[in-house]
Design a protein around this ligand. Sequence first.
Ligand SMILES: Cc1cc2nc3c(=O)[nH]c(=O)nc-3n(C[C@H](O)[C@H](O)[C@H](O)COP(=O)(O)O)c2cc1C
Length: 408
Amino acid sequence: MTPEPLQIGPLRLSTNLLLAPIAGYCDLAFRTVCREFGGLGLACTDLLSPQGLLRGTATSLDLAKTSDFDKPVGMQLYGSDPEIMAQGARWAVEHGATVVDINMGCPVDKVTKKDGGSKLLTDLSRAVAVAERVARELEKIPLSADEWARRLGDASLHTGQWAVGNGQWKEGHGEWAMGNGERRVGNGAVPLTCKMRLCWHTADYEAGSACSPHLARMLADVGVSAVTVHGRTTEDKFAGSVRLEGIARVVESVRGAIPVIGNGDVREPEDAARMMRETGCAGVMIGRGALSTPWIFRSAWGLLSSGEAPAPPTEPEIIAMIRRFFTLMREQRDDRYAMFQISRRISWFAKRLGAEPDGTRHGVKPFKEAIRVATHPDQVHEALDAYLRGDLRTYFQDAERVQGVEAE
Ligand SMILES: Cc1cc2nc3c(=O)[nH]c(=O)nc-3n(C[C@H](O)[C@H](O)[C@H](O)COP(=O)(O)O)c2cc1C
């Protein structure tokens, strides 16, 4: 049975599946490729530094790049200063965000040393203060109906009531005409979400005192429209398996005030169905699973909505996807960056290639090598063509390339 539509504030997503932020990977080119396969309800930028956005540093602006097709899109901010985060959120709204997200889960030192990411899980009053300040800022900058229309993609605006936590409901989202002919949407603020882990210390989780259930409730009370929970503690980093029970506790705690999105270890469509079934979460966010399987949203949504996952793409379709990603990267950045990205991602992209009926994989290693040793975009295309023709052996008979592989 199709799950209840996932609604984040006034925004009703077309599916209950989300692409996670994965720093260094979930850029505009990758989001575009995932969207083209279908099944994706909402995608998010990687974590963005509000200071970087406000100063206009090239790296931050590249990371925040979006397009008309890349909608609806969440922009994720990290930091712990409520005022700077509020200004970052304003920047995000002014540059195309459909949703603003606050990172409360990143375990990386560079982020936690500045009290951001999952360090906020150790100081709940600060976490709530940041979210509250950002929520108030967003309310000050409602979008016009036309602006909403530009950033909805295949999502829709809900015209009834929606929960804002604390047992309250926000009324309607009707349109009205302004004196100057502009159309306005009532309560048209961009919704705020927060993405967290279960808590910092594993011992706290094991003792039943993880902070995430309590924090999620407090965030709902200050106007956060949804929370995403990666079912691991900060100390877990990425070890072990996702703790579905921990996500279930957050779902139980918020009692439907806001949707809870589950996250962690979804690699197959059935993993998404299981996460929803066992935790009661309203949506599922997928990160690493999408890096190897950008069509996982289409597959998982097929399973969730009709009970059957559609056939995966064929090998030529997967090669076309890799080519498309590479071309988009060249267009959106430059050849050098595109070459760097394709060589570091080819292991992910090739994970589903070359599968034989007996479970072995064939011809993938030389293909990955050919991509990695390529020094010119034409060589990337030649390697893709050679893989399709099944003659990478001939390709590697070229002396220069063999030297290149040996030098690796
Ligand atoms: C390399 C890497 C980078 C990540 N970057 C971010 C990030 O920028 N923001 C964030 O909220 N989570 C980030 N995460 C966490 C993911 O969004 C996700 O919560 C985690 O990988 C678990 O989901 P998965 O098993 O589906 O990948 C990152 C994870 C990895 C592996």
